[in-house]
Structure formats: structure tokens, C-alpha cells
Design a protein around this ligand. Structure first.
Ligand SMILES: *Cc1c(COP(=O)(O)O)cnc(C)c1O
Length: 374
């Protein structure tokens, strides 16, 4: 029986020391670490401003508020993502309008966007899914032509590069997330990225109970705010993780390359697609299965692997078919065929920085055995 997890954070003594050092001070919130984490993240991404938040989801919510998206507005987005990228649109009473995905990059199909634009459309929210950059040049063109805001959910793509530029920097605002399965973690945490000072200031104020950015009094609140702040321990953890980002991305690439090599010749498996304009930071390692392992057979592979102590997953179930969305918006099977088809054939394999070659061999060997029996 193996014990190979789907994902695992990579925490060294440096991170442990940084967090304990904070705990020895009396500043556990709104101190230096939070400022430093924001500054280093803005530098890394190549944007002017970064606002730390207590999750990627709260970062997305702040962006919606800062752009003034609300009731009666429509936001064009992808159904093949984690639920938060569509939920953030609902938080403010706007409507997510889904557009099917490209079968290779698994990102929003830019050629299908313009058909869905109406007078109510206010923004496009694209996701760099599985760390593969969306087609940002095309997205920017459409957004500009129709005077729409562009939002980048880059929660899965810290360190990914599109045409020489870092993901997180492409929209009017973007977001990273630092849940423990992401490239770097702060436990819970997120970051808003933008080159627009007004958006940054609004996000900063709303994350901090609607206080003024500068010279405000502690108990003076100038707008509706939230407590979406990132604390000092989490910020210190994030700073140390970001210092190791090159090492982390190298490790992830090494694991992905090993998988690519060892899976290449298995019949019925397609290794992850990477577009020629993109370098990806490997959030997850997801293979696509062909028709012979579609749907319930894929689910059986996951079950059999679990029996052998190897954790796999079926990222993603399309958002429009989530029970809540089906009930609320009457979506049905067939509405977004490529996203639906993809979701029946994706298989996420164990993937983390320190996954050893022996463990990768065990994953591949067990996969081969199982698919021979199916
Ligand atoms: C992880 C993730 C988020 C949300 O991040 P949290 O920090 O868990 O709130 C949002 N969008 C996508 C695409 C994600 O993968």
C-alpha cells in the first residue's frame, strides 16, 4: 500500500523560523510583513500594486467591488474552473455568462466571446486554468473594442509566463491564491495585482473595513468594508515561499517532465498541452484520457488508485453543472459541450515539489495495471 498524496505544501526551516519570529513580536496584524509581502509580490509579477487578502476568493470579491460590477451587469467567464471564479460575480448580484473552452488550453475560447456580449456586459473574467495562460492578447483586444473590464483569475498560475510577461499582470486587475495546494502557500491567503492606483486603493480600503488608506482614524469608515486582511504570520510565510519561487518552479517542472516522459507512450493518455507562447508554472499535473477511459471509467481509475494508496482527482466538474448553479440558472448537460467533455476525461495525478522519481514510477505502474484491467 502506497501513501502518495495528491498535493503537499513545501515548507522548510526558513518558513518555520520566519513565522515563529513574527510570533515573538507583538505585531500579529497590519505590520511590516504584510507590506513586504505585497511589495515583493508586485515586483515578482511586474505590476505597480499588490494588495494582500485572506484568500484568493476575497481578492476576487474586492476586484468586483472596485470595478463597480453589480446587479444587472453580466460578466463573461469560463465554466471550467474552480467555483470561486464564478461565485465572486454572484456576490455582487451580477450574472456570470459562461463561454465554452478551448479543447487544448482548457481556457475560455476567445472566438466564442463576442457572440455573448450584450448591452449588460461589463467585464470578462478569464482564468489561467491549471496554470496555462489564457489568450491574453485576444482577450485584451476584445475588451478594448467593447469597452469591458478584464479580470485575471491567476489563482493557479503564479509564475506562469505568456509571451514573456508574468501571469497576474494582464487584466485591469488579477488575483493569486495561496491555499496549500497552490505553487506557494500562506495557509489561507490571496493577493490582488493591478497597475491601477484607484483599484489598488479601493481594494486596500475595503479589505480593511472601509478605512482610509492614509491618515485615517482607526474607527472612521469611509465606505462599506470587510475584514479581508492577511495577518503577519501568513505574510511572513508568503515572503519566505516567494524567496524560494525559482527553486519551487524548477522542482515542479522536473516532476512534470518526469511524468511527461514516463506517460508519453501509454495508450489512451494525453499529457498536458502547453501552447508555444506559454511557459507554465505547473499548478497540477492533469492528463486527458481518451474515449476508452471516459466518465465512469475514469472515476473507476481514481477509485482503484485510492485503494492502492495513490490519491488522484477529477478536476474540474464544470461550474454550470454544480447543483447550486443548475438549480439557480437551469443549466443542463449539453450547454457547454467542450467543458463537459473535458471534465469527463481529466485525471489529476499526485503532484508536489518533492514527489520522488520512485513515487512517480509507482503512480505510472499502478495506472498501467489498472487500465489494463478496465
Ligand atoms: C484556488 C482558486 C481560487 C480561490 O482561492 P482561495 O484562496 O481558495 O479562496 C480561485 N480561483 C481559482 C481558479 C482557484 O484555483
Amino acid at each position: 500500500m502506497h501513501n502518495i498524496q495528491l498535493s503537499k505544501p513545501d515548507i522548510t526551516q526558513k518558513e518555520i523560523k520566519a513565522v515563529s519570529d513574527v510570533l515573538k513580536t507583538s505585531t500579529l496584524s497590519l505590520g511590516k510583513k504584510y507590506i513586504e509581502f505585497q511589495n515583493t509580490m508586485a515586483d515578482f509579477t511586474g505590476v505597480k500594486y499588490a494588495v494582500a487578502t485572506n484568500s484568493g476568493t476575497s481578492g476576487l470579491h474586492l476586484i468586483m467591488k472596485a470595478l463597480g460590477i453589480g446587479a444587472g451587469d453580466e460578466v463573461i467567464t469560463t465554466p471550467f474552473s474552480f467555483i470561486a471564479s464564478a461565485n465572486c460575480i454572484l456576490y455582487e448580484g451580477a450574472k456570470p455568462v459562461f463561454v465554452d473552452i478551448d479543447k487544448n488550453t482548457l481556457n475560455i475560447d476567445v472566438s466564442k466571446i463576442e457572440n455573448k456580449i450584450t448591452k449588460k456586459t461589463k467585464a470578462i473574467l478569464a482564468v489561467d486554468v491549471f496554470s496555462h495562460p489564457a489568450d491574453w492578447d485576444a482577450l485584451k483586444k476584445i475588451a478594448k473594442k467593447h469597452k469591458l473590464f478584464l479580470i485575471e483569475d491567476s489563482a493557479e498560475a503564479l509564475g506562469s509566463i505568456y509571451k514573456g510577461k508574468k501571469c497576474g499582470s494582464f487584466g485591469d486587475a488579477g488575483v493569486f491564491a495561496f491555499y496549500p495546494n497552490k505553487q506557494i502557500t500562506t495557509g489561507e491567503g490571496g493577493m490582488v495585482l493591478t497597475n491601477n492606483k484607484k483599484i489598488a486603493d479601493l481594494c486596500k480600503s475595503m479589505a480593511n473595513q472601509g478605512r482610509k488608506i492614509e491618515n485615517g482614524k482607526w474607527l472612521e469608515h469611509v465606505r462599506l468594508g470587510y475584514n479581508y486582511r492577511l495577518d503577519e504570520m501568513s505574510s511572513a510565510l508568503g515572503i519566505e515561499q516567494l524567496k524560494r519561487i525559482h527553486e519551487i518552479l524548477k522542482k515542479r517542472e522536473k516532476v512534470a517532465n518526469l511524468y511527461n516522459k514516463k506517460l508519453k507512450d501509454i495508450k489512451g493518455f494525453q499529457i498536458p498541452y502547453v501552447d508555444k507562447n506559454s511557459k507554465i508554472s505547473w499548478f497540477v499535473y492533469v492528463v486527458k484520457l481518451d474515449n476508452s477511459f471516459f466518465g465512469s471509467k475514469r472515476d473507476k481509475i481514481i477509485k482503484e488508485m485510492a485503494k492502492r494508496g495513490i490519491q488522484c482527482s477529477n478536476y474540474f466538474q464544470p461550474i454550470h453543472l454544480q447543483p447550486f448553479y443548475k438549480k439557480e440558472f437551469s443549466y443542463k448537460q449539453g450547454d457547454f459541450p467542450i467543458a463537459e467533455n473535458t471534465s469527463q476525461r481529466t485525471l489529476a495525478l499526485p503532484f508536489f515539489n518533492d514527489l520522488e522519481e520512485e513515487q512517480i514510477d509507482a503512480v505510472v505502474k499502478n495506472l498501467k495495471e489498472i487500465i489494463n484491467d478496465i
